[in-house]
Design a protein around this ligand. Structure first.
Ligand SMILES: [Cu+2]
Length: 135
């Protein structure tokens, strides 16, 4: 008898939790994955699309043997970066070692177009430039 009452209470708690989760906006539930590949000598995609006002998990993958970076000073200045990932960004630039990857969680409220390049010597000249479009 007592057990039956407990079971009922647990079930009603679970139902209440389900209602709360359903009421949350989609943006609060999960991050949007944005993946960018760095190679010799370019970014793919060249125009990186990032949704505004949503949690974003930005994953930078370097498919090359040598190092590249993701230099986007204005973008990172405008973004709110997860404190756990802040140390991965130095002066608006994220270094990605050869065959390595770096993941950064952030939110950006300001729509716009932000310039992107690799600031390694001559890499931008060789074509390693792009843009981040926040919309
Ligand atoms: Cu580069």
């Amino acid at each position: 008898m007592r057990r039956r009452i407990m079971t009922r209470r647990v079930l009603s708690l679970a139902a209440a939790a389900g209602i709360v989760l359903a009421a949350l906006p989609a943006s609060a539930q999960q991050a949007v994955d944005v993946r960018v590949t760095l190679s010799n000598f370019g970014f793919a995609p060249e125009q990186v699309r990032v949704p505004a006002r949503q949690k974003v998990t930005l994953t930078l993958v370097n498919s090359a043997k040598g190092g590249h970076n993701f230099a986007a000073r204005d973008f990172f200045r405008a973004a709110r970066v997860d404190p756990a990932d802040a140390a991965k960004i130095d002066n608006g630039t994220v270094e990605v070692p050869g065959h390595g990857s770096v993941t950064i969680a952030l939110t950006i409220d300001q729509p716009g177009r932000y310039t992107l390049k690799c600031s390694h010597f001559l890499h931008a000249t060789f074509g390693m430039t792009g843009a981040i479009v926040v919309e």
